[in-house]
Design a protein around this ligand. Structure first.
Ligand code: TEU
Ligand code: CA
Length: 564
C-alpha cells in the first residue's frame, strides 16, 4: 500500500448542532467549533469530520440538503468555514465534510425543476415512476418506515422515490450529467481547502430501474426494507463510485470515508486499498449484527462486548490484505457505546476507559465521536416529547403498532435512540453545561453537571485524559505504523467478556487485552512483555503472563526477541 497523507492519523467526529453554541440560539455552530479548536487539538486528532452543515430545511437534521454550496445560517457562513479550515490547518487538523449525494432535499433547485414538468431535463435526475390503480410502483419500505414512494401532487398515479423521509428524494446515479455535476461539486469544495469527505449512504445509489419490489419481510405488512434491495444490487455500486473518484477526489488525493451499509465480503476489495473507490469505509459490522433481519428497534437486542468484538475481528481480518477500515465505537446514528455494549455494572468511567483501549488499537483509521472521550453514557429520556430524532419517533410508533405500551416504547428508545449521541456536549457546570447561554435544542445529559469537559480536565485519571494518552500512544514513533497498518491477529475468543488481539508492525509488536468480566483474570501473552498503557492500576506482567483486574484493559509491548 502506498503511504497517503492521512495514514496513521486519528479522526474526530463532530455533530455541529450539539458541539458548542457561540451565539445563544441553542444550536451548536461553526464559531463554536472554532472556539473549541484548542480542545480538539489537545486530543491529538488530526482529521475532523463534520456532519452536514449545508443549507437545509431540516427534515432530518441537515441530511436533507437544499444547496450544497451554501452553509446553513444556523451554523454560520462560508467565511466561518473558511476560517475554521485555516485555523484548523495551523494546528495540523484537516477538515472533512459529510457529502450526501444519494438524495437531495425536496427544496433543492433541481428537484423543484424536476417537479415542474415531464419535459424538464432535471426529471431524470430523480426517480419518477407510475403506479397502477392507486398502487405504488413497488413494496419497498423506507429506512424511516412507510413506503419509499410519495405521490407527486397534482398528478394521477405518479410517484417519486425516497429512501428516508419524503423530503429526501433519491438521486438517479445512472444519469451521466448528474454524476458530472457531483464531481464538479466535490472539486469546488476541494478548491476551498476541504481535505476530504464522509460519503453518505453509498450503497443506496444502486437501483433496479424496473422496480420489481421484493418478497415481504419480517415486519409483516407486505413491505420489504429498501436495504434488502441494496444488498441484492451491491455489485453495481463500485463502478458508479469509481467514476466519481476518477473525476474528483481521486486525482486530488483527498481522504474519503464511506458510510457503506451492507458491504459484503465479495465487493470489499473494490472499496478500499490503492485502487478502491474510497480511502476507507466505516466498520458497521457490529451495528449490522444488531439490525440484521429485524424490522425495527423493538426487535433489536441490546449490544454486548461479544457483538462488538466479533464484528470488529471479522472486518479487521477481512480488510487487512486489502486496505484500511475505519473502526468506530459510536457515531451520530447510534446510542452511546458504554451503555450499549457494556454490562450494567460497567457503564461508567472505568468501563469507558477499558472500551476505549480495545477500540483505539484496531487496525485502520479510528474515528472518535464527540463525547466518547468523556465516557458519556445514554441520556435518560423521560417522555417521547424529549425526543427530536425523526427515526426514533417513527420507531416509537412502530413499537406501539406492534403491541408495546407507551412505557415500553419509551424504554426501547432509551436503549436504541440516535438522540443519545445527539444531546449537547457538556463543557462545564454552568447553566446548560456551558453548551449554550440560551435554550439547548435537545435536552442535556442528566449528569452534565458533573460529567463534563472542565471537570475531567482537572482530573488526571479522567476518561478524557486517558483518551489523550490512547491517541498519543497510537501516534508514538514506530508505533504509528504498527497500529495503523501492521498485522492484526485475533486472540482467543472463548470468553465473551474478553477482547484480546495482537498487532505487529516492522520491529514493533503489542497485545491489547480487555477484561470485561467481573473477576481478575490471567492472560497468556505471546512473549515477554511490558505494559505501555493500562486503564486500571490492577495490571501487571510477569514473564509471559498478564494479570488484569475486572473491567480493565492493557496495552502490552511484546519485547523483541522474547516472543515464543
Ligand atoms: O444514514 C444513512 C443510513 O444508511 C443510516 O440511516 C443507516 O441505515 C442507519 O444508521 C443504520 O443504523 C445517513 C445519516 O448518517 C443519518 O443520520 C441520516 O438520518 C440518514 O442518512 C438519512 O438522511
Ligand atoms: Ca448557535
Amino acid at each position: 500500500m502506498q503511504k497517503a497523507w492521512w495514514q496513521g492519523k486519528v479522526a474526530y467526529q463532530i455533530y455541529p448542532r450539539s458541539f458548542k453554541d457561540s451565539n445563544g440560539d441553542g444550536i451548536g455552530d461553526l464559531r463554536g467549533i472554532i472556539e473549541k479548536l484548542p480542545y480538539i487539538a489537545s486530543l491529538g486528532v488530526e482529521i475532523l469530520y463534520l456532519n452536514p452543515i449545508f443549507a437545509s430545511p431540516g427534515a432530518d437534521n441537515g441530511y436533507d440538503i437544499s444547496d450544497y454550496r451554501k452553509i446553513n445560517p444556523q451554523f454560520g457562513t462560508l467565511a466561518d468555514l473558511d476560517e475554521l479550515i485555516a485555523r484548523a490547518k495551523e494546528r495540523g487538523i484537516s477538515i472533512i465534510l459529510d457529502m450526501v449525494l444519494s438524495y437531495t432535499s425536496c427544496e433543492h433547485e433541481l428537484f423543484k425543476r424536476a417537479l415542474s414538468g415531464r419535459k424538464a431535463p432535471e426529471r431524470d435526475f430523480y426517480y419518477f415512476v407510475r403506479g397502477s390503480n392507486g398502487r405504488t410502483p413497488d413494496n419497498l419500505r423506507s429506512f424511516f418506515g412507510g413506503s419509499v414512494w410519495e405521490r407527486v401532487p397534482g398528478e394521477d398515479d405518479l410517484y417519486y422515490l425516497h429512501y428516508f423521509t419524503k423530503e429526501q428524494p433519491e438521486l438517479n446515479w445512472y444519469n451521466e450529467q448528474l454524476r458530472q455535476r457531483m464531481s464538479d461539486l466535490i472539486n469546488w469544495w476541494l478548491d476551498r481547502g476541504i481535505a476530504g469527505f464522509r460519503l453518505d449512504a453509498i450503497m443506496n445509489v444502486v437501483k433496479d430501474r424496473t422496480f420489481p419490489g421484493l418478497p415481504p419481510d419480517e415486519l409483516g405488512d407486505g413491505s420489504c426494507a429498501a436495504a434488502r434491495m441494496n444488498a441484492k444490487l451491491a455489485a453495481q455500486a463500485p463502478s458508479l463510485h469509481q467514476e466519481l473518484k476518477k473525476h474528483s477526489y481521486g486525482p486530488r488525493g483527498a481522504f474519503t470515508v464511506a458510510e457503506a451499509f451492507g458491504l459484503n465480503d465479495t465487493i470489499l476489495d473494490q472499496f478500499i486499498g490503492d485502487e478502491g473507490c474510497f480511502s476507507t469505509v466505516f466498520d458497521f459490522t457490529a451495528r449490522e449484527t444488531i439490525e440484521k433481519n429485524r424490522p425495527g428497534y423493538y426487535a433489536y437486542p441490546k449490544g454486548t462486548l461479544k457483538i462488538y468484538r466479533d464484528g470488529n475481528f471479522h472486518m479487521q481480518q477481512l480488510t487487512s490484505p486489502l486496505g484500511l477500515v475505519a473502526p468506530i465505537l459510536e457515531n451520530h446514528d447510534e446510542p452511546r457505546a458504554v451503555s450499549f455494549y457494556l454490562d450494567e455494572g460497567q457503564q461508567n468511567a472505568q468501563g469507558a476507559r477499558a472500551l476505549g483501549t480495545v477500540f483505539m488499537f484496531l487496525r485502520g483509521i479510528p474515528f472518535i465521536y464527540q463525547g466518547q472521550e468523556l465516557g458519556l453514557t445514554n441520556t435518560r429520556f423521560d417522555s417521547i416529547g424529549e425526543i427530536d430524532d425523526v427515526q426514533s419517533k417513527n420507531e416509537y410508533r412502530n413499537a406501539l403498532a406492534h403491541g408495546f405500551s407507551k412505557e415500553q416504547a419509551l424504554a426501547i428508545l432509551n436503549v436504541h435512540s440516535r438522540d443519545h449521541a445527539r444531546t449537547p456536549l457538556p463543557w462545564d457546570d454552568s447553566p446548560h453545561a456551558g453548551f449554550t447561554t440560551g435554550r439547548p435544542w435537545l435536552k442535556l445529559h442528566q449528569d452534565a453537571q458533573s460529567l463534563n469537559v472542565a471537570a475531567q480536565e482537572q482530573d488526571p485519571g479522567s476518561v478524557l485524559n486517558y483518551y489523550r494518552a490512547l491517541v498519543a500512544l497510537r501516534k508514538r514513533g514506530a508505533w504509528q505504523e504498527c497500529f495503523c497498518s501492521g498485522d492484526f491477529i485475533p486472540g482467543p475468543t472463548a470468553d465473551d467478556h474478553v477482547m484480546h488481539y495482537l498487532r505487529k508492525g516492522t520491529g514493533k509488536c503489542a497485545e491489547i487485552v480487555g477484561n470485561f468480566s467481573t473477576k481478575e483474570r490471567v492472560f497468556e501473552l505471546s512473549g515477554e512483555g511490558r505494559i505501555l498503557l493500562c486503564s486500571i492500576p490492577e495490571a501487571r506482567v510477569e514473564g509471559r503472563r498478564l494479570t488484569l483486574g475486572a473491567t480493565g484493559a492493557a496495552v502490552v509491548e511484546i519485547l523483541p526477541g522474547r516472543s515464543a
